[in-house]
Ligand binder design. Structure first.
Ligand code: NAP
Length: 234
């Protein structure tokens, strides 16, 4: 029970990597709060895990402010919330790329500013391997992830003694690809798995383990850890 007596807030905790993190933190004894926009997603998870749910939208200054007013001081904060809109660089709508930054980058900025993290506690941002391994049609995601990694390193200095780290996942099987046709999603995941040194696709729990390790390791700050099944050495 490495997190007994600790308060952990997972923004984006209703799904995927955030949900797995909330579940692992709870099993380690933490008092867990999950936050996201949709009550329909949050409430069943909160009931199953026996954690607290708070509605919040990271694209709103006011909503993020209210979230951390309601939680009060906390020990660890994790931000997995993101909704990514991308497309070919020359034709993707400015509205879409701005919305991507508004959630993923400015959302992290707002959370870092508003969260009352106790000294020695931690903030973990979730970036993504496209920052260092770009792919066509996703320049905005590469840029958002790169900016977040720089932000994590800068905040490790400015928010000390609060520790700030980032985990950068490779391809992880989560509901983030729910909009893809099922056959295409399965084919993409199988192809990716076959090409990776580990021979399998990532699971949300693989990333949750790293996030909880950042909470527990008092010497970890300013770190960017790539958990990608070997994608970067491939
Ligand atoms: N899965 C991958 O392959 C992969 C790879 C690299 C990086 N990542 C990154 O990992 C992070 C988590 O991804 P995931 O796969 O776990 O995604 P996911 O399963 O889609 O979960 C995203 C979570 O964020 C919440 N959310 C979205 N927009 C929000 C907003 N404006 N305010 C508050 N909450 C919001 C969602 O809940 P509501 O809809 O209720 O708000 C949901 O709980 C993202 O930053 C993603 O870019 C994922």
């Amino acid at each position: 029970m490495t997190l007994a007596g600790k308060k952990v807030v997972v923004v984006g905790g209703s799904s995927g990597i955030g949900l797995a993190t909330a579940e692992l933190a709870k099993s380690e004894g933490a008092d867990v709060v999950i936050a996201s926009r949709s009550a329909a997603k949050l409430d069943p998870v909160a009931e199953r895990l026996k954690v607290t749910a708070i509605l919040a939208d990271v694209t709103s200054d006011q909503s993020v402010g209210e979230l951390f007013k309601r939680t009060g001081p906390v020990d660890h904060v994790v931000l997995t919330a993101a909704q990514l809109r991308t497309g070919p660089f020359k034709s993707v709508a400015m509205e879409d790329v701005r919305a991507t930054m508004e959630g993923k980058f400015w959302g992290a900025w707002r959370v870092a500013r508003e969260a009352g993290i106790r000294p020695g506690g931690s903030l973990t941002l979730v970036t993504g391997f496209l920052s260092v391994r770009p792919r066509p049609n996703s320049a905005i995601i590469s840029a958002a992830n790169g900016a977040l990694e720089s932000l994590a390193r800068a905040l490790a200095l400015e928010l000390a003694p609060v520790r700030v780290n980032a985990v950068s996942p490779g391809v992880i099987d989560t509901p983030i690809r729910a909009a893809m046709p099922e056959a295409a999603r399965k084919e993409m995941l199988a192809k990716t798995a076959a090409a990776l040194p580990v021979g399998r696709i990532g699971m949300a729990e693989d990333i949750a383990q790293q996030i909880v390790s950042f909470m527990n390791n008092g010497f970890a700050t300013g770190a960017i850890v790539y958990i990608d099944g070997g994608a970067l050495v491939n």
